[in-house]
Design a protein around this ligand. Structure first.
Ligand SMILES: [Zn+2]
Length: 339
């Protein structure tokens, strides 16, 4: 009896689930991941779950296909850049693959959990760990009181150079992504640059210009990167680093989104406002929303028509990038006479 009752219960649950699914709106269609992105991805042995490669002598990148860390084998031990939680179980095996040296320092790129949330565990395993970050990031982490993101014990203000003999790295604060500050790490001798959460090579950046909290600086970061003589850019995401050409392409894309948002903002809104007022009456937010929705839709359509063939999956976040550019143009820049 009990058994029959459970069967009946499961049957009822399944019917309810099917009914619930039927009420869900249909999922939108998107273009598949491009052949270019797939062919450039570093292959990952599924049994291992990660791949580590030497970018230049002493400088290595490890990735699980989603996140990236960099590490440098110096004369005094291994200096690690970032400790994403998703990579945590892979970082030490990856280091052990290339050196017997212990991890002695950890440099934070910025304060976000997804890039440094594995630091607490690394510190537990290496109690003498030196943790380096810019002052703004250190201040932010002090406020967070998160054991997974221990407060740095060595800070610098704005810029510094670390002696990673036999090489050196120049560290400089940036503001393209997180409010507490980002890190530009430049290895001039090796022409390697690390700038986390700038772009994903040949693929769309994440929503809202990669979740930037400073659109003005995000738009400017491409010029800042290209002013440096680099060949390899580690951006923290995906399984392969980016090139100069990737940065040039994304700069063109972001500039096009901005110019489109600017043009769309200048278009006449009388018709859409008229329709919205007729429907929403004195609900001013609803009217404003109707105007924004129509501007985003126009921008999204244009951007998709120009970039979908060139940048993998850009249709997924085209509307979101347009929204970021529209907000930036309309509130930060503002229409000027003569525009
Ligand atoms: Zn981030």
């Amino acid at each position: 009896m009990k058994f029959l009752r459970s069967i009946a219960f499961i049957g009822a649950m399944m019917t309810a689930t099917v009914a619930a699914l039927a009420q869900e709106p249909a999922l939108p269609d998107f273009a598949p991941v491009s052949a270019e992105v797939k062919s450039r991805a570093w292959p990952i042995d599924p049994a291992k779950g990660y791949v580590v490669r030497e970018l230049k002598p002493t400088i290595y990148m490890v990735t699980d296909g989603r996140y990236q860390s960099l590490f440098v084998v110096t004369n005094r031990g291994v200096v690690l850049f970032d400790a994403p939680p998703s990579l945590l179980r892979n970082i030490e095996p990856a280091v052990a693959e290339v050196t017997k040296q212990p991890i002695v320092s950890l440099v934070y790129s910025h304060g976000h959990i997804d890039h440094i949330g594995g630091a607490g565990v690394i510190l537990k395993r290496h109690p003498n760990l030196e943790i380096i970050a810019e002052e703004g990031v250190a201040h932010f982490l002090k406020e967070q009181k998160d054991p997974n993101r221990p407060v740095p014990n060595k800070t610098f203000k704005e810029a510094t150079t670390l002696d990673l003999a036999p090489t050196t790295v120049q560290l400089k604060i940036g503001h393209w992504h997180s409010a507490a500050g980002d890190l530009l790490a430049y290895f001039p001798a090796e022409k390697i640059l690390m700038a986390i959460d700038t772009i994903s090579p040949a693929q769309t950046m994440f929503m809202g210009f990669n979740l930037t909290q400073n659109t003005e600086e995000y738009i400017k970061v491409f010029g800042q990167l290209l002013s440096l003589d680099f060949e390899t850019l580690v951006t923290g995401h995906r399984s392969n680093p980016a090139t100069r050409e990737d940065v040039v392409q994304m700069q063109q894309f972001v500039n096009d989104v901005y110019e489109t948002a600017k043009r769309v903002s200048a278009a006449d809104t009388k018709v859409v406002i008229g329709r919205a007022v007729a429907k929403y009456k004195d609900n001013g937010y609803a009217v404003a929303r109707a105007v924004t929705d129509s501007q985003v839709a126009q921008c999204e359509k244009e951007i998709n028509s120009r970039w979908l063939e060139k940048i993998s999956n850009m249709d997924v976040y085209a509307a979101s990038q347009c929204m970021a550019a529209l907000v930036y143009f309309q509130f930060d820049v503002g229409p000027r006479s003569g525009d």
